[in-house]
Design a protein around this ligand. Structure first.
Ligand code: SF4
Length: 129
């Protein structure tokens, strides 16, 4: 039977515990190095279904800048990142755009919205928040 070990750094709190996962036949058998239960939950999530917040840009019209920075409002499965970036590369938004405005709702059925991380006005100048 195939046994492997993986090292994962817990990022749940600033202690950054270095954890070692013993994996057999694709299943976690043992986790060491965590100082609390949250580390186990994080390691399981990271091993079985890693998730990330996607940050990227979309095309912007009607402003002096050509791109609007955006991000997902929550982590999405890492395997969906490329597909979402490809989808967003075809999106074009028009200024003005508010900070936190939803640009794409429930992107590719991930359950996450893509939101603006800048407020831009139609005059070509960033609005102050
Ligand atoms: S395992 Fe617990 S103590 Fe260690 S970094 Fe994660 S949350 Fe913090």
């Amino acid at each position: 039977m195939a046994e492997k070990t993986y090292n994962i750094t817990c990022i749940v709190c600033p202690l950054s515990c270095e954890m070692r996962l013993m994996v057999k036949d694709g299943k976690i058998e043992n986790i060491k190095g965590n100082r609390c239960r949250r580390g186990i939950d994080y390691a399981r999530q990271e091993f079985y279904n890693p998730q990330r917040v996607l940050t990227t840009t979309v095309k912007l019209k009607g402003d002096r800048l050509p791109l609007l920075p955006v991000r997902t409002n929550k982590p999405i499965p890492r395997r969906m990142l490329k597909e979402c970036v490809r989808y967003l590369s075809k999106i074009e938004v028009k200024a003005p755009v508010k900070l936190g405005e939803v640009i794409v709702s429930n992107i590719l059925n991930s359950g996450a919205n893509v939101i603006s991380t800048k407020e831009v006005g139609s005059t070509g100048v960033y609005r102050k928040t």
